[in-house]
Design a binder for this molecule. Structure first.
Ligand SMILES: [Zn+2]
Length: 467
């Protein structure tokens, strides 16, 4: 059932750059928006009543690490800056994540996203290893498909293992370049659908260009991706360490170095870009290279605030993202909207960003960055990815401009959402998902992980004591 009429819309935002409003009704036929405005129901048409709600495009999260949904509030990572956090959290736990743990972790993250209005997510999964007896890519696609969310797998990893001072840790997993590319090719041949309304895509996404690749691999990876019609993604300039690394090794700042490696363009987007100087911002804008702005994870890890507002004003492509829950326990797009709005204005003044601009980043901006040109804006002809937010809670009472509630209050709760006209959230719940059961599974696998980590440390501690 992908045809219906959303009626009684008093408050809505189209998601476009201008911040245009919408009201009345939205007609969806065969998964596509055909009309918006003062519309009357046709005979037999299914009605979705949006009275008292705010209607927006479904939110698009362009950078996540779903395996971290069972790595929230790890004590050794709570007060650690990025580099120590990486060692203490994802790189301490990745060898302990079995197939069931990844499955439940992904389900937790996807459920949170769905229930807060997200209809598209890109998961940057970067732990692929022959230590695993399962393929993480298959698990992630299967979990996303079961819940109906539009899903992009940014297939991470790299050719250089990153080592850490902790003797209990194996180096981060790495592959040869041939194995890395062959594995992506295999995943893409199974899952990648390039059609405009696709709900399954693959992107080529080494974990970082700096620490996870051998020098010289970058152009080969870019050419491989472009020859297959896959987009390119990675982490970049999340903190000062990235800048120091490329300055010391290549004599250039990261964005300038990547320009030489064929790694800029409208088919590339980077997570973070916190440490960018004005010249790098200009180059990103000129080349149409996208940003996945992760304000909460950057704040939680003390990395800073990315110049998303400057890149946007320069005509660049900005999207919003939550990043992994190991560095952002509130891994939902509603919280990200509110945080980004507050952080930019706190540091740069009230002119820095408008509420409508934030919604644009989280909708049209995200769809563009991921290459879904027919999603992200509510207008006739676009695919029907739609979120309907309930604003009946006390925090949302008394608003003079209720359309801004999903950004301004961070507390709009989702009533319904649709992906290509298919309903994926109904009356605030996910059809077919037993949330209480998921909670029990989450507690069990999280306890199990804590036990496994203790067991992993025990022999190393004994060795260290004897040395
Ligand atoms: Zn990340």
């Amino acid at each position: 059932m992908t045809s219906f009429l959303i009626t009684n819309i008093d408050y809505g935002l189209t998601g476009n750059r201008e911040g245009d409003r919408l009201s009345g009704a939205i007609r969806v036929q065969d998964g596509r928006i055909t009309d918006i405005g003062d519309l009357q129901p046709q005979e037999g048409e299914r009605i979705v009543d949006a009275s008292g709600c705010v209607v927006t495009p479904g939110l698009v999260n362009t950078h996540h690490h779903l395996f971290q949904s069972v790595l929230k509030a790890v004590p050794e990572g709570m007060n650690a800056p990025l580099d120590d956090w990486l060692m203490n959290v994802p790189y301490s736990y990745w060898p302990l994540i079995d197939e069931e743990t990844l499955r439940i972790s992904a389900r937790i993250g996807l459920a949170e996203l769905l229930l807060t209005g997200t209809t598209t997510v890109c998961d940057h999964h970067y732990v692929f290893s022959d230590r695993y007896d399962y393929d993480p890519a298959n698990v992630l696609f299967e979990e996303a498909e079961a819940l109906g969310i539009r899903f992009v797998l940014a297939r991470g990893g790299g050719t250089k293992g990153r080592s850490f001072p902790d003797p209990s840790l194996p180096p981060s997993p790495s592959e040869t370049l041939d194995a890395f590319l062959a594995s992506i090719e295999q995943t893409a041949s199974r899952w990648h659908d390039p059609s405009p309304t696709s709900s399954r895509r693959v992107a080529v996404a080494p974990t970082t260009p700096t620490f996870n690749l051998e020098a010289g691999d970058l152009p080969d990876i870019a050419r491989f991706a472009r020859s297959k019609g896959l987009r390119l993604h990675s982490h970049l300039s999340e903190n000062r360490t990235y800048v120091d690394f490329t300055l010391a090794k290549y004599g250039k700042r990261p964005v300038h170095w990547l320009a030489e490696q064929e790694w800029l363009g409208p088919d590339v987007w980077f997570a973070h870009l916190v440490e960018c100087d004005p010249d790098e911002v200009r180059l990103l804008a000129e080349t149409g290279t996208g940003m996945a702005h992760c304000p909460q994870a950057n704040a939680r890890l003390g990395s800073g605030i990315a110049p998303a507002d400057c890149l946007y004003q320069a005509g660049g492509h900005i999207s919003l993202a939550v990043d992994g829950a190991g560095a952002n326990e509130a891994a939902d797009m509603g919280a990200a909207l509110y945080s980004a709005f507050s952080l930019h204005r706190a540091t740069k003044g009230v002119q820095a960003v408008r509420a409508e601009t934030l919604l644009n980043w989280a909708t049209e901006g995200g769809a563009k960055v991921l290459g879904f040109e027919e999603a992200g804006v509510l207008q006739p002809g676009m695919t029907a990815d739609i979120a309907i937010f309930d604003i009946s809670s006390p925090r949302n009472m008394g608003l003079h401009d209720p359309a801004l509630a999903p950004v301004l209050t961070g507390a709009a709760s989702l009533r319904h959402s649709f992906v290509g006209g298919r309903q994926i959230v109904r009356d605030g719940s996910i059809p077919g998902l037993d949330l209480a059961g998921l909670g029990a599974d989450a507690r069990r696998v999280t306890r199990q992980l804590m036990e496994r980590r203790k067991d992993m440390l025990a022999p190393n501690r004994a060795r260290a004591a004897l040395a």
